[in-house]
Design a protein. Structure first.
Length: 440
């Protein structure tokens, strides 16, 4: 879109000219080109431009809802370039159908903690909440704009209230078919994305950056959490945050993750699983390939709770859940400055391994491959570079390593291997010596 056009639109929006009264031929010239994955769905035949007060104190939620309502079922909604849409109330967008959301400007969520604690959507799982929930079918989000979570206020509040329920920045709930691409996510209060109870969803070409500007850590800012979802693709993205780059939570199945640059993260993690005794958690058919992992606590990780209750922290307690991790492959990971390069723990939440071994996990791990993983770890667990600890000889099977060469900055390559068949570990330099799983 030309600068001149975007200024014309900005002016129209600021005097609150409803896009319905503007010629469709003109409006359609304001659209961003459809993203690669959006092109697979039918073209949209109506354009709606969301109005904005362009003012950090005035809520634009109702403008956004009315533009989306106008263009649902076959339209293209524009969030105009150069404008900030302030969102100060929750948006229930779970009934979308065949719509493109073209984010050219900035969507900014207010940081009124008092308000959001009472009004954010409750996602129930792990006390997560969200500013909005996007679902339905055939929904494509793109446009080179930004979604800003004003997370600093939330990160600053967390140390004083560890039970504070913080919102996920971008929540996809009950979506069948759609994509999110090209946009930037900034300063997420909690996880950047959750995709839950969804299928056939693609994330591509995204850029996340959430780092604190003071001593309060950007806590729990996972890149993606996948929960009760099937057939998900995550690719071609850059993530700088302070927690998992991608996390496969209970019932993540058929997921491909490829071509990511993860910086400052906690690795690409299956789990934690088995946290709740009454639940059965499956994570199956996961392929993670071509990942660059820098300044991270972990590279490739699987974390499962043993069969005994423990309290890892005030807000994270559990153990005893059942289920299965099956067919997980990490193929191609370059590591720089990570604490552990590869990790399996079936003792999550229980820091005493001997105590853990008395309560073997009810959640088996089978057919896991670590292939073509190389690079350098830092001093944190030196001389150990990896941690593979199952809770009994019977709860892990088919754990393979091929072409794995991870070394500390001093060149050592020891890997803790307990309760698993070292024959299939492709010459990893196994030791019984354990420095424990990484609490980070
Ligand atoms: C616009 O698209 C919708 C959904 O794809 C379709 O139902 C409708 O008939 C189309 N309208 C026109 C005027 O083409
Ligand atoms: C969102 O709206 C749908 C109806 O479109 C409703 O069924 C659902 O309960 C609402 N979700 C929340 C969290 O309010
Ligand atoms: C924050 O939200 C609370 C509760 O809704 C409200 O009373 C208060 O005025 C809001 N504060 C600001 C600065 O908007
Ligand atoms: C959720 O919050 C409640 C109350 O603050 C707390 O008891 C519980 O442990 C939390 N659950 C998780 C999974 O963090
Ligand atoms: C994703 O990245 C790969 C490798 O760089 C590239 O071949 C592919 O075209 C990209 N996909 C999209 C949709 O841009
Ligand atoms: C691997 O990912 C990088 C981005 O981190 C990309 O540039 C490269 O093309 C990818 N390689 C393949 C073989 O897709
Ligand atoms: C990596 O993260 C650090 C902050 O932890 C940041 O300063 C740096 O710019 C990031 N690097 C890239 C390439 O994004
Ligand atoms: C996972 O899927 C299984 C089988 O469909 C189901 O029994 C179980 O309750 C699900 N678990 C969760 C946490 O949703
Ligand atoms: C293992 O997972 C991969 C990736 O999702 C899939 O292509 C393959 O068919 C799965 N294999 C089995 C035996 O389920
Ligand atoms: C992250 O890693 C890059 C490359 O190894 C390095 O240049 C940079 O200083 C690191 N940043 C931090 C914050 O450690
Ligand atoms: C886990 O493995 C044990 C021992 O091999 C077996 O008895 C049990 O049935 C397995 N459980 C699942 C859920 O596969
Ligand atoms: C295994 O680690 C020990 C202790 O660091 C070292 O002496 C030995 O050379 C290593 N073996 C291999 C095969 O790398």
């Amino acid at each position: 879109m030309t600068t001149l056009k975007s200024w014309i639109v900005a002016s129209l929006l600021l005097v609150s000219v409803n896009s319905a009264s503007v010629d469709e031929t003109f409006l359609s010239t304001l659209r961003s080109p459809r993203s690669f994955y959006a092109q697979a769905s039918p073209s949209r035949n109506k354009t709606c431009v969301a109005l904005s007060h362009n003012d950090p104190l005035t809520d634009d939620a109702s403008n956004i809802l009315s533009a989306i309502e106008d263009c649902n079922n076959g339209g293209h909604v524009i969030f105009a370039d150069k404008l900030t849409y302030t969102i100060a109330s929750p948006l229930n967008l779970t009934n979308l159908n065949a719509v493109d959301l073209d984010i050219q400007g900035t969507l900014s969520f207010t940081d009124n903690i008092t308000y959001w604690v009472d009004n954010a959507f409750d996602l129930v799982y792990q006390n997560a909440t969200s500013f909005f929930a996007l679902g339905g079918q055939d929904v494509h989000v793109y446009g080179a704009g930004e979604v800003h979570g004003n997370g600093q206020t939330w990160w600053d509040a967390y140390p004083g209230n560890k039970k504070l329920k913080r919102p996920v920045l971008f929540a996809v709930v009950g979506l069948d078919g759609g994509s999110v691409s090209q946009i930037k996510l900034r300063n997420s209060p909690f996880w950047h994305n959750i995709v839950m109870e969804s299928k056939n969803v693609i994330y591509s070409g995204l850029d996340f950056f959430s780092t604190s500007n003071n001593g309060n850590f950007e806590k729990n800012t996972d890149g993606w959490d996948i929960y009760r979802s099937d057939n998900i693709l995550i690719e071609n993205s850059t993530i700088t945050n302070g927690d998992d780059c991608v996390s496969f939570k209970p019932n993540s199945t058929n997921v491909l993750v490829q071509n990511l640059y993860c910086n400052g993260t906690h690795g690409i993690s299956v789990g934690s699983l088995g946290q709740y005794p009454e639940r059965v958690d499956y994570v199956e058919n996961i392929l993670v390939r071509n990942i660059t992992m820098e300044n991270s606590s972990e590279g490739a990780r699987i974390k499962v709770w043993p069969d005994a209750y423990s309290e890892k922290s005030e807000a994270l307690t559990g153990g005893g859940g059942r289920g299965l991790v099956r067919n997980v492959t990490y193929d191609g990971m370059r590591l720089t400055n990570v604490d552990y390069g590869i990790t399996i723990t079936q003792c999550y939440g229980q820091d005493d391994e001997e105590e853990c071994f008395k309560h073997p996990s009810k959640l088996n791990i089978t057919d896991v491959t670590f292939r073509n993983i190389r690079g350098r770890t830092n001093r944190v667990f030196s001389p150990i570079v990896g941690h593979l600890v199952c809770s009994s000889p019977y709860t892990c099977s088919g754990i393979l390593a091929e072409d794995v060469d991870i070394r500390t900055i001093n060149g050592s390559n020891l890997v803790t291997c307990r309760n698993l068949d070292t024959e299939s570990l492709g010459g990893l330099n196994c030791t019984e010596w354990s420095k424990g799983y990484n609490p980070a």
